[in-house]
Design a protein around this ligand. Structure first.
Ligand code: F0G
Length: 352
């Protein structure tokens, strides 16, 4: 039935909900797992892309937000608050609107992709841009939230991780088992923590027979986990993962240690090249942070080491339309204007 969609209704038994929990959903989840023939050929393995940009607000954050907002409403919150590099704030604002509660978002000024910023305003959130980075914003949120009916909906709220683990459940259901390797971008490190939890839970429930190696990619200018050191001034074109002190650092470390995986880096140049490659070769347009997964696979292949995997899943976390401005600064965007007559248009078409 129509009212029975979304990750809470699909995976209720694995989530911290009861009959008393009001389900605030926008039919998130059930995103496509798209086989990539060209990446498969390059990798010598079956490569699948989990296209999380097709969630209701255009990123994977909706999976966690449906649970976090439903629980916040159940617990009587009047307002939710979050720090964000843009996608969490878009999701929080949308689900708060759906729930009929207030939402406040604290963002690093000038560092939010335009699509995401517009979303927060249109969904009716109170938007505060601070002169600082994401890590500063999260520090403020930790101090502001948790009192007076104000619930924090960053991934330091465990309900967010619970919702996001459903990404793994869907992959296992589609493939019939877990893949050998899972690659995803890492920023605040909530998602790698969540996917690993999901894979372990389905293995324990005997719904899968194996666990994937978890392989995370950070942007080279914002790679605290890779360098094992807080980055005070993180920088990257992939603003979604412009984070210097990830809240779920330990969760990410556990995921890679327990799974035999790794945390690696990709440069901005490699990220943008991968974004362009994926759009042109597979018809999948993702935002720069998401392309870190694809850049990551390319880097693993270039290293020459055997992947030792017959199935690989890449999560691409957010839609390309989130950040049109960055895409328009690349060489791919080269508008041509012409007079509206046949000869002119024909001669433009014939130019290489
Ligand atoms: N990809 C995208 C598109 C993101 O928006 C984020 C995080 C990540 C990857 C990394 O996920 O933080 O769980 O390791 N965005 C957060 C936000 C920080 O505020 O929207 P993570």
């Amino acid at each position: 039935p129509l009212h029975d969609r979304g990750v809470i209704s699909r995976y209720r038994e694995y989530l911290p909900v009861s009959d008393a929990t009001p389900v605030i959903s926008l039919n998130e989840g059930s995103t496509p797992l798209i086989h990539s023939p060209r990446l498969s050929e390059k990798a010598g393995a079956e490569v699948y892309i989990k296209y999380e940009g097709l969630n209701p607000t255009g990123s994977f954050k909706d999976r966690g937000m449906t649970v976090a907002i439903s629980k916040a409403v159940e617990e009587g919150a009047q307002t939710v608050i979050c720090a964000s590099t843009g996608n969490t704030s878009a999701a929080a604002a949308a689900y708060a609107a759906r729930a009929g509660i207030q939402c406040a978002v604290i963002l690093p000024a000038g560092k939010i992709a335009s699509g995401k910023l517009v979303q927060a305003y249109l969904y009716g959130a109170k938007v505060i841009a601070i002169k600082g980075n994401f890590d500063d914003a999260l520090r403020l949120v930790r101090e502001l939230g948790g009192v007076n009916g104000i619930a924090i909906v960053n991934s330091i709220n465990p309900h967010r991780i619970e919702g996001q683990k459903t990404g793994s459940f869907e992959i296992i259901e589609e493939l019939g088992d877990a893949p050998d390797m899972h690659i995803l971008p890492v920023g605040n490190a909530g998602n790698i923590t969540a996917y690993w939890k999901g894979y372990r839970e389905f293995a324990e429930a005997e719904r899968s027979t194996r666990l994937p190696r978890m392989v995370g990619f950070q942007a080279a200018g914002s790679a605290p986990i890779f360098y094992n050191k807080v980055v005070d001034q993180p920088n990257t074109v992939a603003t979604a993962i412009r984070i210097g002190n990830p809240a779920s650092w330990e969760g990410a470390s556990n995921a890679v240690t327990q799974s035999g995986g790794s945390i690696n880096i990709a440069t901005d140049e490699e990220i943008l090249a991968a974004q362009s490659w994926l759009a042109k070769n597979e018809g999948i347009f993702v935002e720069p942070a998401s392309a870190a997964s694809v850049a990551g696979l390319f880097k693993l292949l270039e290293s020459g080491a055997s992947l030792n995997a017959s199935s690989i899943v890449l999560t691409v976390t957010g839609h390309g339309l989130k950040d049109p401005d960055t895409a328009m600064t690349t060489g791919d965007y080269h508008p041509i204007e012409a007079e509206a007559d046949l000869d002119t248009v024909r001669s433009v078409l014939e130019q290489s």
